[in-house]
Design a binder for this molecule. Structure first.
Ligand code: HEM
Length: 109
């Protein structure tokens, strides 16, 4: 996510001046092992799960509740199928902010 610094400050020995443009990696923060034990392990039941998937602070995603509801409905529908078969290796999005496949073709049975 892009941000513009409003004031001068120091961050991890870096001097940031008011007006500097910053690029913040929320995805990187979500894999911070000092915050999340075994960050690369998918664990849907993590406790104290203070991830930045929907950001934080004044720009917190206004659609977070809808996003969560859609994800729950989609997963509930998909998980009824016991057999999943990947039809092709996915092509990945060429995007610094969103990491994921362009599409994921799966045969369900
Ligand atoms: C899984 C789905 C979604 C994800 C992962 C997501 C993620 C995010 C993130 C990370 C931000 C913060 C951007 C920033 O800090 O600059 C954001 C902001 C926002 N999102 Fe979402 N979002 C999702 C779904 C939605 C939906 C369904 C809506 C609307 C119906 C929505 C509307 C918005 C709006 C309007 C903002 C700007 C809020 C602001 O800057 O005050 N999002 N979203």
């Amino acid at each position: 996510m892009g941000r513009v610094a409003r004031v001068d400050f120091e961050w991890h020995d870096q001097q940031v001046k008011a007006g500097d443009r910053l690029f913040l990696s929320f995805a990187g923060a979500n894999r911070d092992e000092s915050q999340f034990p075994e960050p690369d392990r998918f664990d849907i039941g993590r406790a104290d799960n203070r991830h930045l998937g929907f950001s934080t602070g004044p720009h917190y995603c206004i659609g977070a509740a809808l996003g969560r509801l859609e994800a729950r409905l989609a997963l509930e529908a998909l998980l009824r199928f016991p057999r999943w078969e990947l039809r092709e290796l996915p092509a990945w999005l060429d995007n610094l902010t969103v990491r994921g496949p362009k599409s994921l073709r799966v045969a369900l049975g």
